[in-house]
Structure formats: C-alpha cells, structure tokens
Design a protein around this ligand. Structure first.
Ligand code: NAP
Length: 254
C-alpha cells in the first residue's frame, strides 16, 4: 500500500509499536518520512520493527516501556527528546483487554485495563503536549475501537475504558486546540492481530462475526493506517476532537 502524505522531518512516538496495528502505523509513518520512537514492553518486537524501518532507509529508536509505570512513561519522553530533540506526533495505540463477564472481573483486571488504556494515555499525552506546546503544535491520535460506542458481552471493562478514552480525546482536543495540538481518535473494527486471534483463529467464529460486518470480513492492520496518517497530515489541520471509525461499515449496521 503506497502512502502519500509528507511527514518528513516529523518525530512520531507509537506505543505498542512492536506488533499488530501499532507496527503497521509505525511502518506507515516511516514510509511518509517520519522518524520513529517505538514503545512497548517487548524488546525483541521493537528491535524487529526498528530494523525493518532502518532497512527501508528510515530512522527508528526502540524504547522498552511499561506504560503502567509512570516513571517509564517519563523515561520514554526523555529518550525521545534525547534521540531527536523534538516530538510532533503521538500515537496512543497500546492497549489491553480481558474477555471476562463483569460479574467475574477482578479489581486488578479493571485497574490493568483502565491503567493501560486511559491513565497511561493521559500521562504520556500530558508530558508530550508540554513539548509540543513549546514547539508550536503537534498531533495526537488515540486508537479506540467501535466498542467505545456500543456494548458487548464479556468486553465491559475494555469497552468502558475505550469510551473513556474517546471522551479524553475530546477534552484534550478542547484544552489543547489553542496550543495548536490536534487530538483525534481512530476506532478500528475487528482487525486481524494477536489481540483478536480468539475470533479469527477459529474459522466458524470468524465466519459468524464477518457475516455481521457489511464488508463481510475483518480488517488487516494495514487498512487502519490511512486514517491515522490523514490525522497526522496537513490535510486534517482543522480537524480536532473527532473520531474516524475504520470498521467496514459495522457501526452503520447497528
Ligand atoms: N485487533 C482488533 O480487532 C482491534 C479492534 C479495535 C481496536 N483495536 C485497538 O487497536 C490497538 C492495537 O491493538 P492490536 O490489535 O494491534 O493489539 P496487539 O497486537 O495485542 O498489540 C497491543 C500492543 O500494546 C502493547 N502494550 C500492552 N500493554 C502495554 C504496556 N503496559 N506497556 C507498553 N505497551 C503495552 C503491546 O506490547 P507488549 O505486550 O510487548 O507491551 C502490543 O504492542 C489497541 O488500542 C486496540 O484496543 C484493536
């Protein structure tokens, strides 16, 4: 898939950049000329994506980070500034989920999901926005889900955390618009990554789920990237506080 936006000279941080949708976003940003910082807990995965970017002539720095630990979020921001002396784009993509009925969900499960999907996004965005404000602006894209706007059995804590992230997106957009920081969300529908393997790993379940999607299939990670690049580009300069759902028509079909 050829990417047409010009992001040369921009520095982009992608959380969860070692695999799945985050990896695809990182490769897309690099293809448009951005320099990357990749963050997650798994060094081998980050190194692999960083090498892939370098082999294609780009620049990438892996920074092993547990987003549940505030000091490590600070370290990620420091490492970004040390490497490139600026940050223009932040993609809050890392997330976790538990498939568990609310009756059976433990308190620490709730804390892990909200800690990763909401609190870490707040902490990292706040730190990065301070740098962006000094630079004269920037772009933040939060990866949500169609589940942010609809219920789902067994997915309560995940959907609730993403609904909260959608609202956080709007509130950050309102507060930071005067700083020229645009904050938007991209909400994928079901996408073929390790995250959703319990669904597409079972052909019968995949077929059942796909039948409810107007496009008749799940997304590939690369199909989520275009919306993210658009929201990082000059073409979206007046768009902030908004969400683009990349869902094969799922939400139109409710
Ligand atoms: N796949 C789907 O069907 C789907 C649908 C809608 C929305 N989404 C959203 O798309 C985004 C990417 O999901 P994906 O499908 O690509 O999932 P994935 O392949 O499981 O990737 C999730 C990423 O988040 C990172 N992560 C999780 N906890 C972390 C922590 N505490 N610190 C740092 N990194 C952490 C993981 O890295 P480590 O484990 O190595 O730390 C991994 O790189 C998520 O926001 C998800 O909610 C996915």
């Amino acid at each position: 898939m050829a990417r047409n936006y010009d992001l040369s000279g921009k520095v982009a941080v992608v959380t969860g950049g070692g695999k799945g949708i985050g990896r695809a976003i990182a490769l897309g940003l690099a293809e448009c000329g951005a320099k990357l910082v990749l963050a997650s807990r798994t060094k081998e995965e980050l190194d692999k994506v960083a090498n892939e970017i370098r082999e294609n002539g780009g620049e990438a720095v892996p920074v092993v980070t547990d987003l549940m630990v505030a000091e490590q979020i600070d370290r990620l921001v420091e490492a970004t500034v040390e490497a490139y002396n600026r940050v223009d784009i932040l993609i809050n993509n890392a997330a976790r989920s538990f498939l568990r009925p609310l009756m059976d969900l433990r308190e620490d499960g709730w804390d892990k999901v909200f800690g990763t999907n909401c609190k870490a996004v707040f902490l990292l965005s706040r730190a990065v926005a301070k740098i962006m404000a000094e630079q004269g602006g920037g772009r933040i894209v939060n990866i949500t889900t169609v589940g942010a706007v609809r219920g789902g059995a067994g997915m309560g804590v995940y959907h609730a955390s993403k609904a909260a992230l959608s609202m956080l997106t709007k509130c950050m957009a309102v507060e930071w618009a005067p700083l020229n920081i645009n904050v938007n969300a991209v909400g994928p529908g079901l996408t073929k990554t390790g995250f959703s393997e319990p669904i597409w790993g079972n052909p019968e379940v995949e077929q059942m789920v796909a039948a409810r999607i107007p496009k008749g299939r799940l997304a590939e990670p690369e199909e989520i990237v275009g919306a993210v690049l658009f929201l990082c580009s000059e073409d979206s300069s007046y768009i902030t506080g908004d969400s683009i759902y990349v869902d094969g028509g799922s939400l139109a079909n409710v």
